[in-house]
Every structure is written in C-alpha cells, then in structure tokens.
Design a protein around this ligand. Structure first.
Ligand code: PGA
Ligand code: ZN
Length: 417
C-alpha cells in the first residue's frame, strides 16, 4: 500500500527537465524512479506532459509533477493494490487517453517503475527476480551493446546513422563483456583523437568525430576492436547499427551523404554493409512509415541478421503483433517509456516472444541515474541490452548495476537468448 506520492523536477543527462517520483509505502520505506526521454522519438510513443511555456523553452515538467502529486496520488493512495497490472490499468483509465497525453506518459511510467520496485520490496526480493516471476522468464545476463560512435539526432557531426554499437557476444561472462567494451572504447578514443584531434562525445557517450560516411565509422570500429586485442566477428565482438532511418527519411526515399536513395537502394546498401562487416543486428533500418522497406528488408536479410523495430513498434504489444503477422522484423526494441507502463512493457516482451521475435532492452538518449532497465533485462531474460557507451555516469550506471547482479547471481548465464 502506498501512503504518499512525491514528485519533483530533476535534470536529465542533456540538462533538460524530467520527472522523478517517490512512493512512500505503508509500514515504512520508500521506492523511487526517474523517467528518461528520447530525442529521435517514434510518432506513436506515449506523450510526455511538458509545460509548454515557462523556463527551459517550455520543456519543464511542473504539470507532470502536479499530476503525480494530485490526481494520481489520490488514485494510488488509500487502497491496496493486488498487482502492478491493476495499478497500471487504473492509471491508464484515470488518464483516459490512448497516448497518456492528459497526465503524461512520463508521469505514469515513473510511477509504474516505482510501483514495480514497491512490489519487489513487499516480496523482499531483488527487482530482477520479481520481474522474472512476473514475466515467467529464466534470468539471463544480457550482451551489452555499447554505442561507441554517435551520429544522427545524438551528435552534431554529419554522420546520418545514429548509433554504431559493439556487442561482445563471445565474452562468456558479463564481467568480461564490460571489460572488452571499455578497452575497445579506450582504443577507439586513441584513434579518434589521433585522426581528428578531438574526441568529443554524443548524447550517449560515444565519440562523434567529424565523419559522414558509415564506412568510416565501421572501419574505425574494426580497427579499435583489433587494437584492443579482440576479434571483430559476429560471434566474438559483433557490430550492431541503429541507423534510426526516420532521421534521414526524405519520402519516398532517404537522404544519405552521397545523395538521395530509394528504399530499394538503401536496402542494397545495407546488404553490402552486412556482406563486408561483422554486423549482426540493424535497428530501424527503415522509417516507421516505410512498411514496404521493412517487408523487403525482412525477406532479404531476415535469415541472416537481427532486424530490430524501435520507432516502428514503440514497445506497443498491438503494433508488435501486427508487425509479426506482416513479417516486418524478427526483433523488437523495448523501452518502457515508449508505451507508458511496466505492465504493457511486459506484455510487449510476451507478444514478441510468442511470435519468435528477440527483444533488446534499451535506455533513452536523455537518461537519469535510474537503473530499472538493467533489472528488466536480467529479469525478462532477453539476452540483450543497449545503454550507450561504457562512459558517462547515466550510461555506466546501468552496466554497473548489471555487473552487481552478475556478482551476486553467479548461476545466471550470460549471452544472447
Ligand atoms: P532516443 O534514441 O532515445 O533518442 O529515441 C534511441 C534509439 O533510437 O534507439
Ligand atoms: Zn532506435
């Protein structure tokens, strides 16, 4: 039972406001959560409630704080909640909109994450263990996908693809994976500094050198992996891309640095990259509205690599089910704040699995110190997470939480699902 709800405006990793909530539990103790925010958001994501006027160019969340401490606090306190599903459904119903625009997806997901922590505390078990029981999963330590070169909406360079990630698939343990990732990151720093004289960072802690061509980024990664003494291959240190194609969509095609391309030409380009580099996964290779692009990609690359839908699905169970039926992709990116409640996040994972799709748990480019997604990745046993570079506090917080879980749960296996 919740005795009091408190909320406040804090800054996220980009210096913009976001909401942090505290639930005080009857019988003592409290639980907390903070909501992250995206920059390259999908059109169908849960809507963030922002003030629209006042400081921070209208990006303040004072109305969201008021909603949490007002209407939502009245709902949540003074009754006992049999399950998180009941609590989440009641918040949705109180909001009354499909996209949670009245009380804010940012408000509701924060309360939902805190409430999940409350249920775990009530059972006196760690959050990841509680999540495993709720989602009927076998716990697993995920392969971290370190986003070490940043472009797109996350950097000020001309690199159109948003994320170039390294995935230590063959590291054997999470501890090794973290070590490999950090060593490669440092090797990359050395190269980037030498070649460009500066090693400035993008929003997710990856380097953002002044390059434009994806091949330049991929060549840098391959060199850094080898400098650090590891093998770049799809079963050792693999590469994963998130082009985030909404960002360079120029309907009916796309705008690449070398000029405009059609959907078919973009797909040919991805096939060439997959033929040339150890790329094991591509996320949002096509824009959310380019369904023919997704269908063509699935038929040409679906049996070779993982094809992840992020903006395409926005963690929405219905969209995921439809995407599976239409053969749009074989994998789903999972971001709790895209859909607005933890219960629907669990449902999204369930639907993905039921359809034979893999899941990758994800942070947002605007993050906080909240490590909920680390426990979610282990508890739901999906085998993959992306939380940015192995640098910057808000990114490594999630990786360090995973390392902490790995240390305390020696029997939990590491690796892809
Ligand atoms: P976002 O980017 O958090 O800015 O939306 C992350 C992603 O596209 O995966
Ligand atoms: Zn993405």
């Amino acid at each position: 039972n919740i005795s009091q709800v408190q909320a406040r405006q804090i800054l996220d990793s980009r210096g913009y406001p976001t909401i942090q909530v505290t639930l005080h539990l009857e019988g003592g103790g409290s639980v907390e959560a903070a909501t992250p925010a995206g920059a390259s958001t999908g059109a169908h994501e849960a809507v963030e409630l922002r003030d629209g006027g006042g400081p921070f160019g209208g990006r303040g969340v004072r109305q969201a704080v008021a909603a949490a401490e007002g209407e939502l606090a009245t709902l949540l306190t003074g009754r006992s909640w049999p399950s998180l599903a009941d609590l989440d459904a009641a918040m949705r119903e109180l909001d009354g909109t499909e996209t949670l625009s009245r009380l804010g997806g940012n408000t509701i997901v924060g309360l939902s994450m805190a409430a999940a922590r409350g249920f775990a505390a009530l059972d006196r078990i760690p959050l990841h263990t509680w999540i495993a029981s709720q989602t009927h999963s076998l716990e697993r330590l995920p392969v971290p996908h370190f986003n070490v070169l940043n472009g797109g909406a996350h950097a000020s360079n001309d690199l159109v693809f948003q994320e170039f990630m390294i995935a230590p698939i063959g590291a054997g343990t999470f501890e090794n994976a973290l070590e490999w990732g950090a060593e490669i990151y440092h090797a990359l720093a050395f190269r980037v500094k030498r070649q460009f004289g500066t090693a400035g960072l993008g929003d997710e802690g990856g380097f953002a050198p002044p390059i434009a061509q994806p091949e330049q980024a991929l060549d840098l990664l391959i060199a850094a992996i080898s400098d650090a003494g590891y093998t770049a291959s799809t079963d050792q240190v693999a590469i994963a891309l998130d082009p985030a194609a909404n960002g360079f969509r120029a309907d009916p095609g796309y705008e690449l640095p070398r000029g405009a391309v059609s959907t078919d030409e973009l797909l040919d380009y991805y096939v060439r990259l997959v033929d040339t580099y150890p790329i094991w996964s591509i996320e949002d290779g096509f824009a959310e509205d380019d369904i023919p692009g997704w269908v063509a990609q699935y038929s040409r690359l679906g049996d070779r690599i993982q094809l992840v839908g992020d903006d395409l699905y926005v963690t929405d169970p219905m969209r995921i089910a439809a995407g599976a039926a239409d053969h749009l992709s074989n994998s789903v990116l999972i971001k709790p704040n895209q859909i607005g409640t933890v219960t629907q996040t669990f449902e999204a994972i369930r639907v993905a699995r039921e359809n034979g799709m893999t899941c990758m748990i994800s942070h947002r480019s605007g993050e906080t110190l909240d490590t909920f997604i680390a426990d979610l990745a282990v508890g739901a046993g999906v085998g993959q997470i992306k939380s940015g570079a192995p640098a910057r506090g808000e990114r490594v917080g999630k990786y360090n939480r995973l390392a902490e879980i790995a240390r305390s749960q020696a029997e939990v296996p590491y690796g892809l699902y």
